[in-house]
Design a protein around this ligand. Structure first.
Ligand SMILES: Cc1ncc(C[n+]2csc(CCOP(=O)(O)OP(=O)(O)O)c2C)c(N)n1
Length: 873
């Protein structure tokens, strides 16, 4: 180990330089103490502020002021009485720990490939248990808890004790396909009556928790639901805080004063590969970050047995030692015994040696970190609960793999440890006094002390006092009646058609209030500023200024009961708001109908993982991909032109994706979508692309309703070949059919494809049904089977999108699309470039009929056939 005195560059030394003149320092501190004693804290704060201003004027660099000492924020004097039965709680927690461990080790002994984690829950167990026994409120108006995903085994183990999961399910940990298993992490999709929030992808849990807490305020402020007293708890790993998403919502939470939000960061100082901040301090770093963002920060670093040490540490040498210790070293102390800690930590300074002179090595070994002491945890949680006006973060110091001894505690590779041998298991049993025989241990028996045991009676009583068990997810939802929607027939874009449909819904008696329009600073792009005045933009404080455009009809109106969520430039934040609203039917028993409209390029590509989390959450709502289509969004160029979101959407099973061309198609899709989610209670969400190209909007042909929803319908008859088009490219297809007729006397049928992805799903279904001996024809086969000639399809997305239906298309099939890099130009130029304009579609059709015709057409339309393909340019 390096001598710490040498590490002058370490973060700690920079923050806490050595004292050059301790005597002088003492005099200053004594003077300050005298001031506080005689004139009070307020006066002291005033003088400090004055001093700081003075120092600034003299250009004296100010020390970081956001950090407090490396000790508990709640002092011993402030600590409340622990209201529980510590002895019973520790027995319960030991059983839960054992069962969690046994579950993972059992699964891996049987099938080494299954994986699982022990060390994360081992560090989080006490943090969870104190929550379960004293804080997490259950029931309909209960708290919402986002669990650290790798600690799922502990949550299962507790539910087993509670009688909510039978032993058989524990025995099928990570073996889900048979229907009686348990998910690796928190997956509402796979365990819809258990998990509420998917947190397995690091960073999404903390972000979603913030927007959930904010959404609860929104429901309250809009008079939709009383949420007072309910809390959102988010358990987060300290390594997880590295994720940009983990930090992305911090200032919003503070800005909106979300005191209904409590983060508990499990600072076991390790992540998967090693220490989170080996050469620094994650606790101090996070304290600065959260405090700087405006949060209430509570450090929960040391257990009760440190109290006496701190009390005797009048010269602050213990604190100095703690401050100079980097996390890599703290990890070493977690992995070693009392003797090592004495020699290396305490014996560094004679004063410290003296401080612990009456302690044995075993006493030192038993010194607990704050996150393992229920009394200290209780004190921090209570302080968080009572704090007003700010969100609270609790930085809880723990040991990774706590109690796993030589096999895991503080070990570098402990995250992956899942196959303990019998010696290790017996040691674990002894460490926590789990009442099991050696044979039980060898067999990895689950332990359930029975419903009449003191442990179980206590556990149930606690949960009853707190309103019920959790986690539990509600699957029942209230039904809402959806009105019929109609689109206008004037010349306009599908975006404008969408805004009209949205305002029809918002004005509806039954669902109007439940509509949640969400934008990420693009409302004007989509012509939605018309909604600002009428429906208002939500702000927790209303509007504290006169808007610059107040004299205009449609001014920028913020209001406490505003309906629109204007999230600013954060697609991740807006998607998280959408997710909170889209799962409100379950989390709050209050169905909402969210529409998040955004640049389609910044959806699946930018926040695709959040969209998967929404799918996992069984979200119900609309994602509207605006300014969609690689050639339809003219001018904006490469980074804005989306050509692949529909491909991504096709991979999410409960996402129904549509690429409509006409207003009447859009109206049918939105009306039926809303019915599906709000009336029929389908656990699906919709992705609909809308574009900004203006064109005439035709009247809906008769009888096309089913085709619009199933994915395609015939727009015009044609005998020799069939053309398929989606989104605005359908109009190029119609023009191609006209060219074929006019220039080549060929009669082409035209089909509007509203959803290649729905067609593919239907095709897969029919194909599978036939493979399994049934009789089924896909919608594609039903539509195109009776037609003649080759089939050519074109969309504003990569060819793979139109190719999705290839297996079900009878006969010759040519798929055109916009593969390649986007670029800025006019729509006409872009469509010519990507070869999806009327002429190229016409040529593709001719080539499919007769190569000689195509050669003539290339000539006739002046197309340079020696150019490299667009995807190579
Ligand atoms: C987005 C994402 N990236 C990577 C992972 C893989 N992963 C799972 S746990 C883990 C380490 C977690 O460390 P920490 O947050 O400190 O939690 P601990 O288990 O130490 O309590 C990693 C990298 C993941 N689940 N999600």
């Amino acid at each position: 180990m390096t001598d710490l005195a040498d590490i002058v560059t370490s973060a700690f030394w920079r923050v806490n330089p050595p004292d050059a003149d301790p005597l002088e320092t003492r005099e200053w501190l004594d003077a300050f103490d005298a001031l506080v004693a005689s004139e009070g804290r307020e006066r002291a704060t005033f003088l400090l502020r004055k001093l700081m201003d003075h120092a600034r004027a003299r250009r004296v660099p100010l020390p970081p002021v956001l950090n407090t000492p490396y000790k508990n924020s709640v002092t011993l004097a402030e600590q409340p009485q622990f209201p529980g039965n510590l002895e019973l709680e520790s027995r319960i927690s030991a059983i839960v720990r054992w069962n969690a461990l046994a579950m993972v080790v059992r699964a891996n002994r049987a099938h080494a490939e299954l994986g699982g984690h022990i060390a994360s829950y081992a560090s989080a167990a006490d943090l969870f248990e104190v929550g379960f026994n004293h804080f997490f409120r259950g029931g309909n108006a209960g708290d919402l808890v986002y669990f650290q995903p790798h600690s799922a085994p502990g949550v299962y183990a507790r539910a087993f004790l509670e009688g909510r999961l039978p032993e058989e399910r524990l025995a099928h940990y990570r073996q889900e396909t048979g229907g009686k298993g348990l998910s690796s992490y928190c997956h509402p999709y796979l365990m819809p009556e258990f998990w509420q929030f998917p947190t397995g992808s690091m960073g999404l849990g903390p972000l979603n928790a913030i927007y959930q807490a904010r959404f609860m305020r929104y429901l309250e402020d809009r008079g939709i639901l009383k949420t007072e007293g309910r809390k959102v708890w988010a358990f987060v790993g300290d390594g997880e805080m590295d994720e940009p998403e983990s930090l992305a919502g911090l200032s919003l939470a503070a800005r909106d004063g979300l005191d209904n939000l409590i983060f508990v960061v499990n600072c076991n100082l390790q992540r998967l590969d090693g220490p989170v901040r080996g050469n620094g301090s994650i606790v101090q770093e996070l304290e600065g970050l959260f405090a700087g963002a405006g949060w209430n920060v509570l450090k929960l670093l040391w257990g009760a047995d440190w109290d006496a040490l701190f009390a005797r540490d009048v010269d602050g040498v213990l604190l100095k030692r703690l401050h100079e210790t980097v996390d890599g070293e703290f990890q070493m102390y977690a992995a070693t015994d009392g003797r090592f800690n004495r020699e290396h930590f305490f014996n560094k300074y004679p004063e410290l040696t003296e401080l612990i002179s009456d302690m044995s090595d075993a006493d030192i070994d038993h010194l607990r970190r704050g996150g393992h002491d229920p009394v200290k945890i209780y004190a921090a949680y209570r302080a968080a609960l009572e704090h007003k006006g700010q969100p609270t973060v609790i930085l809880a110091q723990t040991k990774k793999g706590y109690g796993m001894g030589n096999w895991g505690q503080g070990k570098m590779g402990t995250h992956q440890q899942k196959k303990l041998d019998d010696d290790a298991l017996r040691e674990f049993r002894d460490r926590f006094s789990v009442p099991l025989s050696d044979d039980d241990v060898a067999q990895l028996r689950f332990l359930h002390p029975g419903p009449e045991s003191a442990e179980l009676k206590y556990l149930h009583a606690r949960r009853q006092a707190l309103g019920g068990y959790l986690p539990v997810r509600s699957v029942a939802a209230q039904k809402l009646a959806v009105p019929a929607l109609s689109s206008s027939e004037r010349s306009q874009s599908t975006t404008m058609a969408f805004v009209q449909l949205l305002s029809q819904l918002m004005k509806d008696e039954a669902v109007g209030k439940r509509v949640v329009p969400i934008v990420a600073d693009e409302a004007r792009t989509f012509g939605m500023q018309t909604l600002f005045r009428q429906f208002g933009i939500y702000s927790s404080v209303g509007q504290l200024y006169n808007p610059e455009d107040q004299d205009e009809l449609l001014y920028y109106r913020e209001a406490k009961d505003g309906q629109i969520l204007e999230e600013g430039i954060t697609e991740a934040g807006a998607l998280s708001s959408w997710l909170a609203a889209a799962t409100s039917y379950s989390s709050h028993g209050t169905p909402m109908l969210p529409f998040y409209i955004y640049y389609s390029m910044f959806g699946f590509q930018r926040v695709g993982d959040l969209i998967w989390a929404a799918a996992d959450s069984r979200a119900r709502g609309f994602l509207i991909g605006g300014t969609a289509g690689r050639t339809t969004l003219a001018g904006e160029g490469l980074q804005h032109q989306d050509g692949s979101s529909h491909l991504a959407a096709s991979t999410i099973p409960n996402c129904r994706a549509y690429d409509p061309c006409f207003g009447y198609e859009l109206a049918a899709i939105i009306e039926d979508g809303a019915r599906s989610m709000l009336e029929r209670q389908d656990d699906v969400f919709y992705y609909v692309t809308v574009a900004n190209e203006n064109y005439p909007q035709p009247v809906a042909p008769a009888g096309v309703g089913e085709g619009i929803l199933r994915g395609m319908y015939r727009l015009r008859e044609g005998a020799q070949l069939q053309l398929l088009g989606s989104g605005p490219i359908l109009r190029e297809v119609v023009a191609a059919a006209e060219l074929l007729e006019k220039d080549w006397k060929i009669s082409a049928g035209v089909w509007s494809v509203t959803s290649f992805t729905e067609l593919r799903r239907d095709g897969m279904q029919a194909e599978r049904a036939r493979r399994f001996g049934g009789k089924a024809a896909s919608w594609v086969e039903q539509c195109l089977g009776p037609t003649k000639g080759p089939i050519v399809a074109a969309s504003d997305y990569v060819r793979a999108v139109a190719d999705l239906i290839r297996p079900y298309v009878p006969g010759k099939y040519v798929a055109l699309g916009t593969d390649g890099f986007g670029r800025s130009d006019t729509r006409a130029a872009l469509r010519a470039f990507f070869e999806v304009d009327a002429k190229h579609i016409c040529i593709a059709a001719l080539a499919a009929l007769d190569a000689k015709l195509a050669a003539r057409a290339l000539d006739r339309y002046g197309i340079d056939s020696v150019l490299r393909p667009p995807w190579e340019r």
